[in-house]
Design a protein around this ligand. Sequence first.
Ligand code: ADP
Ligand code: MG
Length: 702
Amino acid sequence: MPARTTTPVPVANPGVAPVSMLPGVGPALAQSLGRIGLNTVQDLWFHLPLRYEDRTTIAAIGDLHHGEQVQFEGVVTNVERGFRFRPQLKVALADDNGDAIVLRFFHFHRSQVEQLKVGTRLLCFGEVRQVGFGLEVIHPQYTRVESDIELAVEERLTPIYPTGEGLGPKRLASVIGKALALLPTDDSIELLPRALLEPLQMAPLRDALMYVHRPPPDTDLLRLEQGRHPMQRRLAFEELLTQHLTLRRMRAQVKARRAPKLGRGRVLAERLLASLPFSLTGAQQRVAGEIADDLKRGHPMLRLVQGDVGSGKTIVAALAALTAVESGYQVALMAPTELLAEQHLRNFRAWLEPLGLEVQWLAGKVQGRARKAALERTAGGAHVVVGTHALMQEGVVFDKLGLVIVDEQHRFGVHQRLALRDKGAEGDMVPHQLVLTATPIPRTLAMSAYADLDVSSIDELPPGRTPVVTVAVSSARREEVIERIRVACAEGRQVYWVCTLIEESEQLNAQAAEVAHADLTAALVGVTVALIHGRMKPKEKQATMDAFKAGSIAVLVATTVIEVGVDVPNASLMVIENAERLGLAQLHQLRGRVGRGSVLSNCVLLYRTPLSLLARERLQVMRQTSDGFRIAEKDLELRGPGEVLGTRQTGQLQFRIADLARDADMLPTVHEVGEQLLEGYPALAERLVTRWVGDAARYVHA
Ligand code: ADP
Ligand code: MG
């Protein structure tokens, strides 16, 4: 093995060299780097800072303010070890002016205690908090200083990189520094052809990388912190482009496979339409037509149907199902919750059984002999199989699966969507895919997040719907609201009372709902109040929903299990408790359960004070509009795209530097350039994806 030299030997393309060729990177460090996907020198170039710390100055303690991230120095004046709730170390620090601040540690070593003696001088960095009249910093970074010489400040902002186990931030920053020394000074790392780049007037990639890793002292700090600096936008552009290309490629791969040609006849569909008490809206007809066109082709459909709550997506899906069935193929319909799946089951049975078709039920709770029978019918004979995640389980075998319908797709990861499709694949043949979502996605976002899907919008509500009148009421006026329920019930209206204590815990929600149920039962003498929550048996839930639908229950106390799908047109008043805790999308979904009939509906958002600014804004939006698209735009603004799309966990939208909401203005250009790149320079597109997405691209193909 050649001896390591401190000045690396120039390599033709240093980017592809392994990290171990950098001076000071031994096998152990290389392994730690590899664990977070940093294998080559180029990986280090593209490992971008999450944020910056300003250690270019040392602030006087007297000038510190709550919420600031700053560097300061001082001498330890007092050390206290205490046990308030848990062991802690309290170190008082004072500077030359006599101003004091407290450093508080909850985890500490004995060696630390020994080090932090009275009289020790420290240079610290951390976020300042105002506690009572004093200032404190929890777990500051600090170093001991012996003399003024050591108080030298950094010349530029300190980049903070995402790091992993066994990889200290300083060490990582230093390795990245070594990699940057190998960054070619010419434009050889540029993958975007000049012809495409020049009209965009963007900085060369090399300059952008250097700037973001090593911002100069005179940088526009505010813009940099917001990620809006032109150099950052240069990189964000390339990353968005890469993401777009990845999704496009995934789509192309699917489209290249074969799918059954569906559309032999329209007899069943016509018979269903003739049996309905309504006719389709223009939007429903248009979308149904778009689907029918897709199904006729010999390649898999990949279509997302978005339509606001109550826009009538189910019937459109049923028509697609009939097209598949009439061509001799089976259909699977998957929904994220049992309640929603059951609702679909009921609809599909009511519509399809009179046509002589079999609709099979398959959910996780179907067990034992019933499960065996369900599996048998799924493997041979059932025309349509409706269920939950259980449809994807092992042991489920379909019979000529031609169409997969997934409702509320954003709750499923991309993986799950693909898993169900692959289950029905036979050789080169894959089923068509129809995805339904009630979460209207802002257009720009949809174009990016669903670049692998064609999007159809049902942008018209069935006639006769009256908008829901929404008010926000403090929980202090709960009695008044209950009085209002009494009046509504006396008029023959039905009411939802939704408990939303804690979003993540259906158990605690169920308890809260039980309390509310007892409360309301006591307060509303002579009114039937019932309870429904996710921890009840499906049969009980079903019986309760049926009774509510039939009108024999006047007030239904529920958890957010009713958020999606539940359809009882006579229910015209909804009270949402602790509405301030919910996000806009969820509030909109819930409210969509009323306003389904022709009577005027009301929604009461009960909130507890004090309201956060964000909560106040959300309630305001809910009062002002019932337009799902406007609400989605607002939601995007308030929460960011990861959460709006619900894909956070799947990692699909994890960007290094781009932010779909912040950088949305670049998307049209991204799509244009993507188009040109694929057409003129497909090999470069491929390299771009490898550079930015690397290994992660593999699972997107799954
Ligand atoms: P969503 O899009 O929220 O899933 P649904 O498919 O559940 O909406 O439809 C909501 C209600 O509207 C259902 O009761 C359905 O039967 C009814 N509906 C659907 N299409 C029409 C239409 N064109 N005219 C009248 N009612 C309709
Ligand atoms: Mg629906």
